[in-house]
Design a protein around this ligand. Structure first.
Ligand code: GNR
Ligand code: NI
Length: 167
C-alpha cells in the first residue's frame, strides 16, 4: 500500500473530468487500496480519485465514527435526489482552513458499481449525501468552492496564494 499525494487547489489537474471504469483488474484494486490508505491517513470522510491525480470514476468514503465502514464506488451516479441542506464543507484539496456552507440535496439515491463489478444502489442522507455529492463533483472537475459567491472565491484564492508564497 502507498500514501498518495493529494492535489491542492488551484492545481489545474483538479479540473480534469474522470473517465468511466469498464474493467476491474489488479491495478484498479491497488489504486483503491491506496485511496483508502490516503483517505484514512488524511482523516477525510471521502476521497475522489481526481484528488490523487487518477482521472477515473472512483471514490472512497467513510462517514462512520469508528472509521471502519469504508465504501468504494465506481462509476457513481445520482439517480434521485430530494430536499435541501445547507451545511459547512471542507476539502482535502482546498487549504487555508477553508470551510463554508454549500447548498446540497438532503437525500440522494446513488447508483454505482462495487469492486466485484456488481451494480448497486444506496440511499443516503445528511453527511453521507453531502459527501457523495462532493465526491461526484470532484470526478467532474468541480470543487465545493465553485458553489460559493465570486467574492468568497476570490478571498479564498488570495488567502491560499499568500500561504503558498510562504512555503
Ligand atoms: O474530509 C472531508 N470532510 C468533508 C466535510 C464536509 C463536507 C464534505 C467533506 S469531504 C472532505 C474530504 C474531501 O475533500 N473529499 O473530497
Ligand atoms: Ni474534496
Amino acid at each position: 500500500m502507498a500514501l498518495l499525494e493529494i492535489l491542492k487547489f488551484p492545481d489545474p489537474r483538479l479540473r480534469i473530468k474522470a473517465q468511466p471504469i469498464n474493467e476491474i483488474d489488479v491495478e484498479l484494486r491497488r489504486m483503491v487500496d491506496d485511496m483508502y490508505e490516503t483517505m484514512y491517513a488524511s482523516h477525510g470522510v471521502g476521497l475522489a480519485a481526481t484528488q490523487v491525480n487518477i482521472h477515473r470514476q472512483i471514490f472512497t468514503m467513510d462517514v462512520s465514527e469508528t472509521r471502519d465502514q469504508g465504501i468504494c464506488v465506481l462509476n457513481p451516479e445520482i439517480i434521485h435526489q430530494e430536499g435541501i441542506q445547507y451545511e459547512a464543507e471542507g476539502c482535502l484539496s482546498v487549504g487555508g482552513g477553508t470551510y463554508d456552507k454549500v447548498e446540497r440535496a438532503l437525500k440522494v439515491r446513488l447508483k454505482g458499481m462495487d469492486l466485484d463489478g456488481k451494480i448497486f444502489e444506496l440511499d443516503a442522507e445528511n453527511l453521507m449525501a453531502v459527501c457523495i455529492q462532493h465526491e461526484i463533483d470532484h470526478l467532474n472537475g468541480v470543487l465545493f468552492i465553485d458553489h460559493l459567491s465570486r467574492l468568497k472565491q476570490m478571498r479564498i484564492r488570495k488567502k491560499i496564494e499568500k500561504l503558498d508564497r510562504r512555503e
